[in-house]
Design a protein around this ligand. Structure first.
Ligand SMILES: *[C@@H]1O[C@H](CO)[C@@H](O)[C@H](O)[C@H]1NC(C)=O
Ligand SMILES: *[C@@H]1O[C@H](CO)[C@@H](O)[C@H](O)[C@H]1NC(C)=O
Ligand SMILES: *[C@@H]1O[C@H](CO)[C@@H](O)[C@H](O)[C@H]1NC(C)=O
Ligand SMILES: *[C@@H]1O[C@H](CO)[C@@H](O)[C@H](O)[C@H]1NC(C)=O
Ligand SMILES: *[C@@H]1O[C@H](CO)[C@@H](O)[C@H](O)[C@H]1NC(C)=O
Ligand SMILES: *[C@@H]1O[C@H](CO)[C@@H](O)[C@H](O)[C@H]1NC(C)=O
Ligand SMILES: *[C@@H]1O[C@H](CO)[C@@H](O)[C@H](O)[C@H]1NC(C)=O
Ligand SMILES: *[C@@H]1O[C@H](CO)[C@@H](O)[C@H](O)[C@H]1NC(C)=O
Length: 874
């Protein structure tokens, strides 16, 4: 039915060719709209008189199936209001304006949202230049206005009255109501998490209270927040943000899904956060900052004593594996449980541990001893813990939801002590996690593999939730895929910010400090106005298609957050140029650390890098909404931060390459690089292609040098030749003198057959690595190299094997024989003179060209293999 409708609509659209034009200012009653009807305008159906605002039926992200009636700021594409935020519709569902009001219908014609009943006859719908969407009668009297029903945003000069709330979205891609809200009361503005107050506006250090009269409404303008009393009674309080400037830009007040009330300014195409409360320094004020029962201190997260990290809840749970946290009866887990208090065990939080709600609620009772307080909690299934204070005997119950634990501000002896309710269960799923003192070793062992799989899937979910809590200026944008090649007026869903070209020129001092270059372009170091150091990538290899899809791809990449993936901070489209702005990684890429001349990486560091890389890739493959195949896994794309933590870069970009560049990209590496055999055989490229490349990287991590060492007598320009020379020399003392050209994967296979794993490890680590450790990594690497992609483990399985929750696979020799062939070919090809050609299987040619004349010589990241190209009939 829906398909048929869609088809008909498409037919209609293709035959009539032009969709309905966008109205300006006003639409008379008896009007209908759907996204499809206005598809040429991206769903825009009404603009305000001077075009500052647009009303549309659109989706928050180009790929999102959820459509909303919304009003957005035209220039920044920031959504300031949405009607059906909890009831999204499809792109063919209808908005109807009749003389009784506005309704939104789903595909079956059932209303999912409507304006409240209106007494008079509606004459028209109008969008004012203030951003207010209104219904008026024929005398232009306002009958209904969107300003009376704010969602999560208040615009400059909009009055936000007492009693109204701003409810944050669940996330930038989902407008439905999330956990955080801001409510204006007569005394103050309250920030709440799941109904519990955790901050007040006037607690902010910048606030100034002028009187104790009740507040009537709040206004934000170019200089700050103003809380006004009843008409005539004047200003009650204010928070000054900045002195008025000549060009203040466009400002909004917004409750973010990260629990902060922010004022953002849009100027020169960039969002800047002028004000955020609680402030970044007060990060622990945000109740979910460290997840459930996570201990937040100084903005950092850990688990309180007696608790340990729990991936399934993105927080902490009791270390004692026989204890589990009860579900609140409030959340419909109808698991039948006895009510008697003997079943509960209370885990005490240490001294100095507090909880956000204690500062904002009164004790349920005072003058109570601890055990009575405990009984109160045990008697009510919505109670999840309590705090008890002496000598007042105050008893605070923690009900329905648990947030993060904070450190108490005054380390006094009289601080209430916290107790968390737990259920003692002999067998809980957590037993299987890691506990050596488990009472049920047999069961633990039997269930281990299953729990591993479970853990991995949970891990993906955990990662998904573990988003950065930083308040970054951001745009929320409704957008669909129909923008043209020009990107001058467009902004992106999710986090990345659009940068002004001038700002990037300034930040990079006119692109003066180049810090790298690769298949996609050149990377420059830059420093933004707010002193953050960034890496600015100028994309040079963008094809026409890539330009067109730039926005879509950036929207996807920008929404991917994982500790092991580099964060995209923003982008810039300037004429035909495209730039990406990433967080800057102080330690550069892995190849520098691994192959450079510094001290060798310790084995544990190598292991962490291997694990981090595997986690990042596993997330790309299965953790995020869109499966992303990296296509270019190699040490140059594995960056390291201050703590030597892995951050994978360049993911999601392969689709943007021009055909010529992607040809290069797919044919560059051949037998010697990280490129899987399927690149050469026209077989499908899948996530297993990345697994192969990962296996190659893992081998390099083990041995501390490149897999393909070539005779380097004439490639003096090759920056890595000296490294290779050194390591070649150091390995000369081994039993197996190496030929001048050397193909390590084959060597690894041979040593594996002879169980001589330690001989594969970086010689400088001799004595510091156990055979078992070496064996594990070598076996994982070889399994990743299996010729048949379907026989390679998934990245999630690799994570499991490295973490020890999955048994390490046994490499299959029959799937690795191709390495013998590659190895032989490699040495032969390396010996061949410049320009010689060596026949490859499947009709492929290996053309060896001189480094200096190679068209790819400028691509540094490929240079260590650029003296050879494998080209295929593509
Ligand atoms: C809208 O339609 C209703 C019922 O079909 C009709 O009574 C009314 O006059 C129409 N209004 C306008 C402005 O066309
Ligand atoms: C429209 O909403 C009604 C009532 O909620 C529901 O029964 C129906 O399945 C919905 N139709 C579509 C296509 O979603
Ligand atoms: C549009 O009108 C609003 C309200 O009158 C005004 O604040 C804004 O500056 C105007 N914008 C433009 C682009 O004229
Ligand atoms: C109502 O407002 C519209 C749009 O501003 C205007 O065109 C129209 O003349 C107004 N009608 C009356 C009766 O004031
Ligand atoms: C904002 O409003 C306050 C109070 O009405 C006023 O004093 C201030 O000048 C206004 N600032 C700007 C930039 O309009
Ligand atoms: C619990 O179930 C009731 C009825 O089944 C439902 O209305 C309510 O929304 C549910 N609450 C939660 C938190 O899922
Ligand atoms: C738990 O308490 C509820 C309400 O007091 C009662 O209806 C229920 O029967 C009790 N369940 C058990 C297992 O005692
Ligand atoms: C448990 O606590 C909740 C929240 O305070 C309250 O609404 C409910 O009535 C209590 N239930 C019992 C059985 O006391």
């Amino acid at each position: 039915m829906a398909v048929a409708t869609t088809f008909l609509l498409l037919l209609l659209l293709t035959t009539t060719t032009n969709s309905a034009p966008t109205y300006t200012t006003s639409i008379p009653a008896n009007f209908t709209a759907s996204h499809f009807q206005f598809i040429d305008q991206s769903g825009d159906f009404l603009r305000s008189t001077n075009r500052t605002y647009t009303a549309a039926i659109a989706n928050p992200q180009p790929t999102s199936p959820s459509f909303y009636l919304l009003v957005y700021h035209s220039q920044s594409h920031t959504v300031i209001w949405s009607a059906n935020r909890n009831n999204p519709i499809t792109n063919s569902a209808q908005l109807r304006l009749s003389n009784t009001g506005l309704t939104i219908h789903n595909d079956s014609g059932v209303p999912v949202w409507s304006t409240p009943p209106i007494q008079s006859t509606v004459a028209s719908l109008q969008l004012l230049d203030s951003g207010n969407l209104i219904l008026v009668d024929r005398f232009n009297n306002t009958l209904w206005q969107s300003f009376d029903f704010p969602t999560d945003t208040v615009v400059s000069e909009q009055r936000f009255p007492v009693g109204k709330s701003l409810i944050a979205s669940r996330n930038p891609a989902d407008f439905s109501e999330g956990d955080y809200s801001f409510e204006m009361t007569t005394g103050d503005g309250m920030l709440r998490w799941r109904g519990l107050t955790y901050y007040r506006l006037l607690m902010d250090s910048k606030s100034v209270k002028n009187s104790n009269r009740p507040v009537s409404y709040l206004v934000v303008n170019g200089s700050g927040f103003y809380l006004f009393g009843d008409p005539g009674s004047g200003l009650v309080a204010q928070i000054l943000i900045t002195a008025p400037t000549a060009n203040p830009g466009y400002r909004i007040l917004k409750m973010t899904n990260e629990g902060r009330l922010v004022v953002m300014r849009y100027r020169d195409n960039v969002w800047v956060t002028d004000f955020a409360t609680p402030s970044e320094d007060d990060g622990c004020r945000v109740p979910s900052h460290c997840g459930k029962l996570g201990f937040c201190s100084g903005g950092g997260c850990s688990c309180p004593p007696g608790f340990r990290g729990d991936r399934s809840t993105n927080g902490c749970s009791p270390s004692d594996a026989s204890l589990s946290l009860p579900e609140s009866c409030d959340s419909n887990s109808t698991r039948q449980r006895s009510n008697s208090s003997e079943d509960y065990i209370y885990v005490q939080l240490g001294k100095g541990m507090s909880y956000f709600s204690i500062g904002f609620t009164n004790p349920i009772k005072t003058g109570m001893d601890q055990s009575s307080c405990e009984d109160l909690c045990s008697a009510n299934c919505s109670c999840l813990g309590f705090f008890h204070g002496n000598p007042s005997g105050s008893c605070y119950l923690l009900e329905n939801h648990l947030g993060s634990i904070t450190s108490s501000s005054n380390n006094g002896v009289n601080d209430p002590l916290g107790f968390i309710k737990a259920i003692s269960s002999s067998i809980s799923s957590r037993d299987l996690d890691d506990d050596s003192n488990s009472d049920f070793p047999v069961i633990g062992l039997v269930l281990l593999p299953a729990s591993g799989v479970l853990l991995i899937s949970i891990f993906a979910v955990w990662i998904l939730r573990r988003r950065s809590n930083k308040t970054v200026s951001k745009t929320k944008k409704s957008m669909n895929g129909s923008f043209s090649g020009e990107l001058e007026v467009f902004s992106i869903a999710g986090l990345p910010v659009r940068f002004d070209h001038g700002d990037l020129v300034e930040a990079t001092a006119d692109f003066s400090t180049q810090i790298g270059s690769g298949g996609f372009g050149t990377v420059y170091k830059g420093v933004l106005h707010d002193k953050t150091v960034v890496a600015v990538k100028k994309i040079t290899a963008l094809g026409a298609q890539g330009k067109k899809e730039f926005g879509t791809e950036i929207a996807i990449i920008g929404n991917i957050h994982h500790v092991n993936l580099v964060k995209l901070k923003g982008f810039c489209a300037h004429g035909s140029e495209r730039f990406l702005v990433y967080e800057y990684m102080s330690h550069g890429s892995l190849d520098r650390t691994l192959f450079g001349s510094g001290p060798p990486l310790e084995w544990q560091e190598r292991f962490e890098i291997a694990l981090g890389t595997a986690r990042g890739l596993a997330y790309l493959h299965s953790g995020c909404e869109h499966k992303i195949i990296h296509c270019d896994v190699k040490p140059e794309n594995i960056l390291l931060n201050d703590n030597m933590q892995v951050k994978i870069s360049d993911f999601g970009l392969s689709k943007l390459l021009s055909p010529e560049q992607s040809g290069l990209f797919t044919t560059m590496r051949g037998t010697r690089g990280y490129l899987a055999p399927e690149w050469l055989t026209n077989a499908a490229i899948s996530d297993k292609t990345d697994v192969y490349s990962y296996g190659m990287v893992l081998l390099e991590l083990i041995q501390g040098r490149k897999n393909c060492v070539q005779a380097t007598n004439r490639s003096s320009g090759n920056p890595t030749s000296s490294t290779d020379g050194r390591s070649s020399g150091s390995s000369g003392s081994r039993n197996h003198p190496r030929p001048r050209s050397f193909y390590f994967p084959l060597h690894a296979l041979e040593m594996h057959e002879e169980c001589r794993y330690l001989e594969l490890v970086e010689p400088r680590l001799t004595g510091r690595v156990s055979k078992g450790e070496a064996e594990k990594l070598v076996k994982v690497a070889l399994c990743c190299l299996h010729e048949d992609p379907s026989l390679r483990p998934t990245m999630a399985n690799v994570v499991g094997m490295l973490e020890g929750v999955l048994a390490v696979g046994e490499p299959r020799l029959e799937c690795l024989n191709f390495l013998r062939f590659y190895g032989r070919r490699f040495t032969e090809a390396s010996m061949a003179e410049s320009g010689a050609e060596v026949e490859m299987p499947n009709g492929f040619m290996v053309a060896t060209t001189d480094n200096s004349s190679s068209p790819t010589a400028s691509l540094n990241s490929f240079s260590y293999m650029s003296s050879q190209q494998v080209s295929g009939p593509r």
